[in-house]
Design a protein around this ligand. Structure first.
Ligand code: TXA
Ligand code: MG
Length: 338
């Protein structure tokens, strides 16, 4: 299949909308990561997304809207806490899981009784939705790879596999949206992202952090969000996460680091290693770390690095999102330092 490269000009977005109305698949920029979009109400079109990504059929997709009013036909209930979150954080990097309406095809919800809905803030995504339909869109990477945050990432994974790609430059947030379920008695954070746990709590009160956000799923434990059970965000390189103070981190790498390996670090760590370093930003600047993380993980493979060491991020604010992605990239391979 020849993949058409489109710009973010209005005429090109119209072309993309036409492709979607005809049942095609288009990669679109959003403020979080690029998404692989198809008409959410067309089951056959949605199946093409799964094929292009090599995504397991039991992993449901997020439906993207461009006006709040569109949510009423997609969900059975829109509880008051969901309304408050929508008022405060939409449009933006927040996904809410709610009981689904009969309109949602099984392909989208993967057989669950709920649907994930997001109202992105990116102008191109919004325009594309308003010219076509609510769009089912997972991240536009091959299943298992780090999510794409630039045009180049999308082309590397999807060229020849989908109808078109819209160039929207680099994505601002850099990690996928925060996912919260409101379909449980107490709202539960399933995936941390650009909207933080602290912000959610300030808005609606009690929230549980699902244990799979920072821990591996236990044997036989069911994933609240099917995406949690799959290996994710993984470069081909082995990622080793080191948990301890800075001195311990430096010492470990000096002792065990070998040629062909590298360090994923913060600006403040540069100069402390003989191994090559890829910095994801300043130590306490979680926003920049999130913005750069997936590019750094892809760079590790582009450079042919076999093993990369990283220092455990802090679990506060957007730092929790960085931590959640890194422990998955590391396959929960964490070394506790003395
Ligand atoms: O920022 C984002 O959310 C991006 C952009 C494109 O919007 N999309 C994205 O989609 O990250 P995806 O498919 O890569 O991740 C969606 C996650 C998956 O882990 C999936 O299992 C979970 O949300 N999910 C979707 N629907 C769900 C549902 N009904 N119940 C529980 N989890 C659900
Ligand atoms: Mg994904």
């Amino acid at each position: 299949m020849k993949t058409l490269l489109l710009s973010s000009e209005y005429a090109d977005i119209k072309t993309a909308a036409q492709i979607i109305r005809n049942g095609g698949v288009v990669a679109m920029p959003t403020e979080t990561v690029y998404g692989l979009a198809a008409d959410a109400l067309n089951g056959e079109a949605v199946r093409k997304i799964f094929r292009a990504k090599g995504r397991p059929a039991d992993n449901p997709l997020i439906v993207h809207i461009s006006e709040l009013s569109q949510i009423y036909s997609l969900v059975r209930e829109f509880p008051v806490k969901a309304r408050r979150l929508a008022e405060k954080f939409w449009p933006g990097p927040l996904t809410m899981i709610l009981p689904k309406s009969a309109l949602i095809p099984d392909e989208v919800s993967a057989g669950l009784d709920t649907v994930a809905v997001r109202f992105p803030s990116h102008p191109t995504a919004r325009q594309l939705i308003s010219l076509s339909a609510p769009l089912a869109a997972p991240s536009a990477n091959l299943s298992g790879s780090p999510s794409p945050t630039s045009l180049r990432h999308v082309r590397d994974d999807m060229d020849g596999r989908i109808d078109a790609i819209i160039d929207g430059g680099d994505c601002e947030v850099g990690v996928e949206s925060t996912v919260i379920t409101l379909a449980t008695p107490i709202p539960e954070l399933l995936r941390p992202g650009g909207i933080t746990f602290e912000q959610l709590k300030d808005t609606i009160g009690e929230i549980i952090i699902n244990s799979a956000v920072i821990n591996p799923l236990g044997e036989g434990q069911q994933a609240a969000s099917p995406g949690m059970k799959y290996k994710h965000y993984s470069p081909k390189a082995e990622v080793v996460l080191l948990d301890g103070d800075k001195e311990g981190f430096y010492e470990y790498i000096r002792k065990y680091g070998k040629a062909g390996e590298a360090v994923l670090c913060y600006n403040e760590d540069l100069g402390h290693f003989s191994l090559p370093c890829i910095s994801i930003g300043s130590e306490h600047d979680y926003r920049t770390q999130a913005h750069r993380l997936f590019t750094a993980l892809r760079m590790v493979d582009e450079e042919g690095i076999a093993k990369v060491y990283a220092h455990c991020p802090e679990k506060r604010g957007i730092g929790l999102a960085v931590y959640n992605r890194i422990i998955r990239a590391a396959g929960f391979n964490i070394v506790k330092l003395r």
